[in-house]
Design a protein around this ligand. Sequence first.
Ligand code: 2NL
Length: 357
Amino acid sequence: MSDLLAALDSLRERLKEIPQADERRLQELKTELLGRKAGALTQILKALPDLGPDERKRVGGAANALKQELERAIAAREANLKQGATNLSGIDLTMPARHQWHGGLHLVTQVVDEICDIFRELGFTRVTGPEAETERYNFYALNFPKDHPALDAQDSFYLGGDVVLRTHTSPVQIRTLETYPPPIRIVVPGRCYRRDPFDASHSPVFEQIEGFAVDEGISFVDFKATLATWARRFFSPQTKVRFRPSYFPFTEPSAEMDVQCQICGGSGCATCKQTGWMEILGSGMVHPAVLENVDVDSEKYTGYAWGMGPERIAMLRHGIPDIRLFFDSDVRFLEQFARSTEQGGSAPSSVLRAPSQ
Ligand code: 2NL
């Protein structure tokens, strides 16, 4: 008999489930507990005739009391659910959902992806590599003389010994040349570090994209045509470009590329300092010494290379006056450029990691 009372006690526990049940669960509970054939309480009531009179009275009384409680709880929940369903008629199901912010890509990230995607169409593979480099990869392989000022701790961040935070992404080109035979066409975006003041036009941490092509028979014509094609796709089809002589240790000859000012169209304004032109990148034909440093035959192979600053390009394109705005994380600034990642903002199409040996 105490078995039956214990069974009633555990059935009483199940009362708690009723107020939480949805419509379907409530029907299941009704059958499980009060079902005419297999209901748990019905089973107990069925056992009553086999008991002695005293026991029958005690168990029967408790069972009937519980049955009433269960029935009341179920009826209350049924009424409750029905009321909820009726209330739904007052709700406008066509009302647009509340706006939700899903985040977006930083303007500099968008510019990097856009630039690399255009070069991808022109046959260039996107490659990345380490930010901590040895002097050999960051300087010597690139034909920097031992006494070049960039090798000074005043100008670069040394991590100890000959390990330095890369000052440009060129080491990735060296690693790629060491690993893959030409023809090579790559674009290399990534963070770089220089001991520069943090002012309106400098940041000690900045993004760079370098590009690099090495093959048989590459000439200055290929280089000009490729970069001019990129500029017209990135800025606008009518954009004019010009090349001015320059100097870098790793290219010969070297050139700066300007594009027509995107703010005034070439007539002269504050952004272009009244010149009508904006300097976009430094470039040149790969110096034969750089190729020889990684055992590429400079008689057989030639190439071109360039380096550009995505922050600077984003600033010129949008008339942003201060590079520090990119690092402040002020949402009022950033959200002006934030295409939601769900509305066409895209991840880079594909990235190859340069092997580290
Ligand atoms: C600039 C100038 C430049 C390169 C980067 C390069 C890399 C190798 C060999 C030859 Cl491995 N050149 N890169 C060439 C010319 C210019 O960057 O003003 N960047 C913002």
